[in-house]
Design a protein around this ligand. Sequence first.
Ligand SMILES: Nc1ncnc2c1ncn2[C@@H]1O[C@H](COP(=O)(O)OP(=O)(O)OP(=O)(O)O)[C@@H](O)[C@H]1O
Ligand SMILES: [Mg+2]
Length: 307
Amino acid sequence: MYKEFFGLRANPFNVNPDPRYLFLTRHTEEALACLTYGIQSRKGFVLLTGEVGTGKTTLINKLLEWLRAQQVPTAFIFNSRMNVPQFLDYMMADFGIPCDTRSKSQILLLLYNWLLERYRAGETAALADEVLEEIRMMTNLETFTEKLLQIVLVGQTELEQKLKRPNLRQLRQRLTLRAKTHPLTLEETKSYIQQRLRIAGSNGQAIFDAESLTSIHRYSSGIPRVVNLICEHCLVSAFVDQQKKVASSIVDAVARDFDLGDNHSAIAPPQPQAPDKFDLMDALKTISNLAERLKESESDVTKEGKL
Ligand SMILES: Nc1ncnc2c1ncn2[C@@H]1O[C@H](COP(=O)(O)OP(=O)(O)OP(=O)(O)O)[C@@H](O)[C@H]1O
Ligand SMILES: [Mg+2]
């Protein structure tokens, strides 16, 4: 509703993880480089962690864009509350593997053949997962992942703690590449807001004054999702008051409405843990069983000299 008033084409502070708005800080660039390197060099697993709302999904969407541009098949599993059949269905659909059977073994066979085909063709595949909490990977999964499937594990910082559990040490040892997202500094927050306004069509007219920008950084602790929420509400308020510029009093009022003191937890609570996390673990174990079969086929491929 305020777009015209501020001379914008789009809503600049949408909370969707839209990669068109990706703002590259030094940390973001490093994380993206780490993810692309991990996939290109077939590391098998790459870990991406970061506080709530610091841009993990946005970064993954950028990565998916890059992979799709190179015609690399991908599956993005963002819901850990799936049971094994749902997980397999979802993965097959997202990879685009035609599948008209409900039988688990048939599905796995289709996946297996498809992966092997891609492998022979020299392609790679990426599976990104948003909320993996506990994964016990079997040693034999190594062959499977490093050669065929590149997995990006994505989670909030609690995931790092979980990975320290003794029963996950096999997986931990193989997570040699770790990328992180971080909150924005004050200067980055200012540039982040300007960039979003620019992409949304702003003609460069300063909508937030310097004091407002400083306040937004303080109330948001530099968490991009909270920055977006504050900015969005500031624009609405300023529009209602027919003010072309957002004064810091508006920022203060928005922060009060959202009960934002010096912390942002009021509007960005930590994600609750998935109660049925073991379902996804089971699903991953199911896939890992394929590794046994792959080992045999892999030696066949080598014999065929197609590697
Ligand atoms: N580097 C960035 N560039 C542009 N926008 C960003 C960036 N980081 C975060 N955002 C914006 O902040 C919001 C939250 O980002 P995102 O959903 O990617 O965070 P997240 O780390 O995945 O959060 P969660 O831990 O809740 O899953 C989105 O609107 C997103 O567009
Ligand atoms: Mg996310």
